[in-house]
Design a protein around this ligand. Structure first.
Ligand code: FES
Length: 324
């Protein structure tokens, strides 16, 4: 299966423990002191890991910096190998292949106020946004929720930053008074206010459900899932995909993804996350109805049924005709 091509070689200048099960990696150009391509708040890079895996990690340093990229990785016992490889196999001094920064989670330039919500390791793009908003003197507040203080990365960095008073911490094991009151925070959406959220799926679902129920327009909601469980269902069945260019029909078995079936038939679709998160594999659907399992497309985009993510999504009809 193919993935996005690496375009940069970087060296791990520093690997540091930021919190329980969270390590940061400072990446610099392989050639000392060469500047790295610029990035904007909310960007991520694809990191090509030992063993052939590719994972996306958000950049969490000040987007002004060109001498380094800083990423942070949570060791996830349920991971399919990406976070384990970063923690166990990637060491200081090592060279890594990465993509240039890409941004699917940018700041809205016309925002009058920004509300930044981070859950756990989802702090990485959110912290980068806070750096940027603070630098330009924008009006914002950040709420950072995590299970315990010990599992909260970048507490000292935030405390030492000029925007420390704008950041509110919420610990699951803390007292009731400091818990995040989502309904209270999100009530009365204001014109020009934009909400950004990143974190585990349950946290993001809670934030987005509450925001939508409180009347936030979709255009003022910005989110990036950094990991997602691709829901397998009992009803997952075999179906066919047809390539519009050649008319060829390929069967996707019950246990295969569309990209796996295509790859086995010699048809490569570029992938990265393989979890319906990044949109790299997005493919146009010319007929048939996809069974969307991604978290990349908006509900409106999914409902249009004219594109899908073949790394995880399936079909509700016996055949999908794909623009391939
Ligand atoms: Fe990331 Fe399919 S590869 S959404």
């Amino acid at each position: 299966m193919s993935s996005s091509a690496p375009t940069l070689t970087v060296r791990v200048a520093c690997k540091a423990v930021e919190a329980t099960d969270i390590c940061s990696f400072e990446l610099v150009a392989a050639e000392d002191s060469a500047p790295l391509p610029a990035f904007s708040a909310g960007s991520h890079v694809d990191v090509h890991l030992p063993g052939g895996l590719t994972r996306q990690y958000s950049l969490c340093n000040d987007p002004h910096e060109t001498h380094r990229y800083l990423i942070a990785v949570l060791r996830d016992p349920a991971s399919r190998g990406g976070s384990q490889a970063m923690h166990a196999e990637v060491q200081e001094g090592q060279l890594l292949q990465i993509s240039a920064p890409k941004n699917h989670f940018g700041l809205a330039h016309d925002a009058r106020r920004s509300l930044l919500l981070a859950g756990g390791i989802g702090v990485t793009p959110i912290l980068c946004m806070a750096e940027r908003l603070a630098m330009v003197g924008a009006d914002f507040a950040m709420h950072y929720s995590s299970r315990t203080r010990a599992r909260t990365a970048f507490v000292e960095r935030i405390a030492a930053s000029p925007f420390a008073p704008q950041v509110h911490f919420h610990f699951d094991d803390g007292d009731a008074a400091q818990k995040l009151d989502l309904a209270g925070l999100l009530k009365d959406p204001q014109a020009g206010a934009h909400l950004y959220v990143c974190g585990p799926k349950g946290y993001m679902d809670a934030v987005l459900t509450t925001a939508r129920a409180s009347g936030w327009p979709e255009s003022q909601l910005h989110y990036e899932f950094f990991a997602a469980e691709v829901a397998k269902s009992e009803t997952d069945a075999s179906f066919e995909v047809q390539l519009a260019s050649s008319g060829r029909v390929i069967t996707v078995t019950k246990d295969q993804t569309v990209t796996q079936a295509l790859s086995a038939a010699g048809v490569e679709v570029q992938t990265a996350c393989e979890q319906g998160v990044c949109g790299t594999c997005l493919t146009r659907v010319l007929s048939g109805v996809p069974d969307h399992k991604d978290v990349y497309l908006t509900p409106e985009e999914q409902a249009a049924n004219d594109q899908f993510t073949p790394c995880c999504s399936r079909a509700k009809t016996a055949r999908l005709v794909l623009d391939l």
